[in-house]
Design a protein around this ligand. Structure first.
Ligand SMILES: [Fe+2]
Ligand SMILES: [Fe+2]
Length: 271
C-alpha cells in the first residue's frame, strides 16, 4: 500500500508532534494509519450487500486469540504487547490522553469538528471523551464511558457520552446523521440492534436532552481525514472549565469510577 507521507504526518499532528515521538511510537502510528487506510479502501470497494453478514462475523470469533470487546490497552493487533509507560503519581486527564488513550485521533477529530461547528462546550467535551473508554473495554462503551467520566464532568456531557452509543444506530436526517457504512462492515449488514438499544432509543426520542448525544453522533467521524491536524491544545480551556480534575489524581480520589482509572493505569496487574 502506498502511504502519503504528508497526510500521515498531518494525521499525527504535524512535523513537530512527529519529532517528539520515539521510533517505536512512529512505527506503531504508521501501522495504525495503514490499517485505517486499508479498512477505508475495503469499505469503499464494497457495495452494501458485499459487507459481511452477522453470521460471517460470528464465524470469525474462533479465529482470534482475544475477544473483539477487549480494551485496546490490553491487547496488541500484531505480536506481543509492549512495556507501557508508567502513569505519574497523580495522573491528570492529559496524562491519560498521552499515555493510555493515545493516539486518540478519533476523539480529537470529533471534538475539533464540534468546536468548528459551534457546539456547546458540554457537547465539545462529550465529543472529546466519547470513545476514550475503548482503551478499557468496548462493548457498551457508551455506558462504561459515561460512568468513567461522570464524577468529573457536567451531567449533559455524561448523558451525551452514555447515549451516543444508542443513537449511532439510528439515522436522523434533520440532524444530518446517516447510518455509517462502517457499521455494515463491523456489525454485519443484516445487524439489528438488541432490544435494550431499541428501548433506549425510544426513551431518547422524547427526551429533552435528545440533541446532546445526537450531536456526538453528528460529529463522530467514521472516515479518516488525512488533512486533519489534531491536538488537545484547543480544548484546554473547555477542560479547565468543565473537567473537575481531582487533586489526588484520577484513580485516587475515591470516586465511583476511581477503580476504572486505576485499571487503565496498571493494565499489567494480574488481579
Ligand atoms: Fe462511540
Ligand atoms: Fe466515535
Amino acid at each position: 500500500m502506498e502511504v502519503d507521507r504528508r497526510a500521515f504526518i498531518a494525521s499525527l499532528g504535524g512535523v513537530a508532534a512527529v519529532n517528539l515521538m520515539d521510533h517505536e511510537a512512529k512505527a506503531e502510528a504508521l501501522e495504525h494509519y495503514m490499517e485505517d487506510k486499508l479498512d477505508e479502501m475495503i469499505a469503499a470497494q464494497q457495495p452494501a450487500d458485499k459487507f459481511p453478514t452477522v453470521a460471517e462475523i460470528e464465524a470469525q470469533i474462533e479465529t482470534r486469540p482475544f475477544r473483539r470487546g477487549v480494551g485496546s490497552v490490553f491487547t496488541s493487533n500484531k505480536g506481543n504487547v509492549k512495556i507501557i509507560e508508567k502513569m505519574p503519581d497523580k495522573p491528570t486527564l492529559h496524562d491519560f490522553f498521552r499515555l493510555r488513550f493515545a493516539p486518540a485521533n478519533h476523539v480529537l477529530q470529533s471534538a475539533t469538528r464540534a468546536l468548528k461547528t459551534g457546539m456547546s462546550e458540554e457537547v465539545v467535551l462529550a465529543c472529546l471523551l466519547h470513545d476514550c473508554v475503548l482503551s478499557l473495554i468496548k462493548p457498551d462503551h457508551g455506558w462504561w464511558g459515561a460512568q468513567l467520566f461522570e464524577p468529573y464532568i457536567p451531567e449533559k456531557s455524561a448523558f451525551a457520552i452514555r447515549y451516543h452509543q444508542t443513537l449511532r444506530f439510528y439515522a436522523d436526517d434533520d440532524a444530518g446523521y446517516e447510518y455509517p457504512d462502517q457499521y455494515y462492515r463491523i456489525f454485519g449488514h443484516d445487524y439489528q440492534p438488541p432490544q435494550y438499544i431499541a428501548d433506549t432509543y425510544k426513551m431518547l426520542k422524547n427526551h429533552k436532552w435528545y440533541m446532546e448525544p445526537r450531536l456526538v453522533t453528528v460529529n463522530d467521524l467514521y472516515a479518516f481525514d488525512p488533512n486533519a491536524k489534531v491536538s488537545i491544545e484547543p480544548f484546554e480551556d473547555i477542560i479547565g472549565r468543565h473537567f473537575k480534575q481531582p487533586k489526588e489524581g484520577l484513580g485516587y480520589d475515591n470516586s465511583p469510577s476511581a477503580h476504572m482509572w486505576r485499571t487503565l493505569a496498571r493494565p499489567d496487574n494480574p488481579l
